[in-house]
Design a protein around this ligand. Sequence first.
Ligand code: CA
Length: 263
Amino acid sequence: MQKTENPEDITSSGVVKLRTDSISAGISIKEGVLNVENNIRVLLVEDEENMRELIKIAFKKENFDTIEAIDGKQGLNLFKMNGADIVILDIMLPEIDGWTVCREIRKVSNVPIILLTARGEEFDKLFGFELGADDYLVKPFSPKELIARVRALMRRAEIKINDSAPCFKVGDIVIDRLSREVTANEKEISLTNKEYELLCFLAANPKIVFTREQLLLKVWGYEQYGDPRTVDTHIKKLREKLGDYSSYISTMWGVGYKFEVPK
Ligand code: CA
């Protein structure tokens, strides 16, 4: 595995600035819909030309700006020079492999990264998440699927910005992140650790529908990337404990769950 020459260069070339650029680029969420006033800039690192073309055409339709790299070394250099709002990264690449590119980018940036792997290729998703990848897709995949993943990650990246308030109120529910206390209409609600984290995540991201798989990933972490019924069980318990406020969490049949204060 090759190492990049100088990770500091990446920082000094303005990756930190880049993140704020992408935030100020006018991405906003209204009623759970991602609104992008300026285009999402995707760095696509993929050595197969056909695959690059396919992805590029799909992204163009969505008004994403695609920067292409044909190997890992070029990918890292382009990231260094231009940054990106999201990185789509093939694993088997000439020059520097995708794992290494992922690790090097993570040293300097929290840009969302989606890994691509070919069916039949040995792929260790846990290793990918450990390296800091946010998601992965197995080829062949539909462009629609890729676009859905990109949008989901862009939402999450945006969400993190508003995630820092130590105490926040949603409807009659107050969540205090410092003491991890939850009160509903000033009455304390006793929650388990996971129930608390699930509520906290949903309430911090209101009006957005999350699939059970997304909740497993966000709330449980990849270790339990597995049984979606875990989410159902916790939602059920959480609703019971919320009592009069159980309707704050709604089930979107066949899709997932969302948090919304009823009007
Ligand atoms: Ca490849």
